[in-house]
Write a protein that binds this ligand. Structure first.
Ligand code: UPG
Length: 510
């Protein structure tokens, strides 16, 4: 039982904070982007429900955006012992914070947040203010400074890698990949060659499927060296947390555990939070492909969710709509956008597309109207564009038959939970390896990696919606939703792993 382990559920912010004067106190610091804030905030909320005090550090920019939703603010204010603080991310307010400018955000966050984090941690660890001393640092595995500052303060550090365990494992294998000459490689190198240096993946992982940061041309490539360094640092930490299930990445986890003994698997964290909040009876009552589990009440969106997307889905036939979203940081050229658009229109299926501001380079907001106007009469009502959707709810809607996704790990997990098969167009980072698992390991979708033309988009969508392998993919997706549900239900592997984290964190304060 997780809820109430020494805490008071719904105690409310400062007042009724059971952990105000004693007990464990965790400081949580995510990389300042949606894909990291979402899972780390959900874990923070669970820890609070278990009676652990949490100081959660957002960037000033994300802190404002998160709390601009009154509903989110009200929910977080009711979490017992959750204290939201913010630190600078170092980039100007109007910086796009998108994938094409990600290294700027990395560099500036590392420079600007480090001193602010250090100052706050040293204050909190000494029992400064009215808070009990911090007893544990829970940091995003993408950041290196919290490990160093945590060590300086003499605190145990837990790392949360919010991407797949497989991508982390590929980064751990960089020295072997280099030694065997499998990376780096030049333009024209055989991307389809199978790799032998990532144990557990020998039968299906090609060069093409390595996380994009491994696609370097020289050994000294700065990004590749950075991710390699992070993996080495992870070995020094008290424990490593993944937002995954034991079953989904079984063979990979076994290899990681040979290097890092304490690995927790608490995925999918968005479902685990719901399970912790529900009674056990509610947790096990659902059947089928995971439908009917979701509400947007646990949202941590940094954009305003447009609920018109759900209303648009209402009343449409089951499994008739393609949902399209490329996550929070992907950037498309106009040419890529047109290829996807024409491929989707050509497929003949209705589609709901998240056209996030900044998704398409050079789009001043006119693309949406222009493309809708260009649709033939009789077709207009069959496409719907929104700036941001309540994605979990959309994926759980019976009308959604397929997810055209960039294969971000959160989106992948959310689709798995909903039993929705995917068309994958991985953009960067871990997405390249996630999409290979979707198509080759789990058999729940197709992978369009490195290709983007309208004919292929149309073909891939048709394949998942109605093609020869469609039934097989749907069955595999429904089965995976079921085993995933078993993992996060009470007694399941993710639920048990979460209980262990809570026990371990509590023992750090005694
Ligand atoms: O209209 C939308 C679109 C997205 N989302 C949510 O936004 C999150 C997006 O996360 P993810 O799918 O992981 O994509 P990114 O935003 O691209 O995430 C970054 O972080 C992930 C976790 O580390 C990595 O797997 C990705 O490669 C990296 O780009 C998900 O929870 C979605 O539900 C919405 O709520 N509404």
């Amino acid at each position: 039982m997780i809820v109430g382990g020494g805490g008071e559920v719904g105690g409310g912010g400062e007042t009724g904070d059971p952990a105000a004067t004693m007990g464990p106190h965790v400081i949580v610091i995510p990389f300042p982007a949606q894909g990291q804030v979402t899972p780390m905030l959900k874990l923070a909320e669970i820890l609070c429900l278990a009676g652990i005090r949490v100081t959660f550090l957002n960037s000033h920019h994300n802190h404002r955006r998160l709390l601009s939703s009154a509903a989110v603010g009200a929910r977080l204010a009711r979490r017992p012992g959750l204290h939201l603080r913010s630190i600078p991310d170092g980039v100007p307010e109007d910086h796009p914070r998108t994938a094409d400018r990600m290294m700027e955000l990395f560099d500036s966050f590392n420079a600007a947040a480090r001193p602010a984090f250090r100052e706050l941690l040293l204050l909190l660890v000494s029992g400064g203010g009215d808070a009990p001393p911090v007893t544990c640092v829970l940091a995003d595995g993408l950041l290196d400074f919290p490990v160093e500052v945590g060590e300086e303060a003499g605190l145990p550090v837990l790392l949360f890698r919010t991407s797949s365990a497989s991508s982390f494992w590929a980064y751990c294998c960089i020295p072997d990949l280099i030694q065997r000459g499998e990376i780096p490689f030049q333009d024209g190198g055989d991307l389809d060659a199978l790799l032998g240096s990532v144990p557990g993946t020998e039968s299906f992982l090609r060069r093409r499927d390595l996380p994009s940061f491994c696609r370097a041309k020289v050994v000294g490539d700065a990004i590749m060296q950075y991710v390699k360094g992070l993996s080495e640092k992870a070995i020094r930490c008290r424990g490593l947390i993944f937002n995954t299930t034991e079953l989904a990445e079984e063979s990979i986890l076994a290899h990681i555990r040979k290097q890092i003994p304490l690995v927790y698997t608490i995925g999918p964290i968005h479902k685990l939070l719901k399970a912790v909040e529900s009674t056990p009876a509610t947790c096990t009552a659902e059947g089928g492909g995971g439908r009917g589990w979701v509400s947007s009440s646990n949202s941590s969106s940094l954009w305003k969710e447009d609920r018109a997307s759900v209303e648009w889905l209402d009343g449409r036939p089951p499994a008739s709509v393609v949902y399209v979203s490329f996550g929070s940081v992907t950037v498309l050229t106009k040419e890529q956008f047109y290829e996807f658009w024409h491929g989707l229109v050509g497929s003949g299926y209705d589609f709901l597309w998240v056209l996030r501001p900044g998704l398409v380079v050079g789009d001043a907001g006119d693309l949406r109207q222009g493309m809708m106007a260009a649709l033939p009469v009789g077709r207009k009502e069959r496409a719907f564009l929104v700036e941001w959707a309540p994605q979990e709810e959309v994926l759980a809607h019976p009308a959604v038959g397929c997810f055209l996704t960039h294969s971000g790990w959160n989106s992948t997990l959310e689709s798995i939970c909903a039993g929705v098969p995917m068309v994958c167009w991985p953009y960067f980072a871990d997405q390249q390896i996630n999409s290979r698992f979707v198509s080759e390991v789990w058999g729940i979708g197709v992978d369009m990696k490195d290709t983007c033309d309208r004919t292929l988009v149309e073909r891939a969508v048709r394949e998942v919606m109605e093609g020869e392998s469609s039934t097989k993919m749907r069955e595999a997706a429904a089965a995976m939703a079921m085993t995933t549900r078993e993992a996060f239900a009470e007694g399941g592997s993710s639920h048990s792993s979460l209980e262990r984290i809570i026990r371990d964190i509590k023992s750090m304060s005694s």
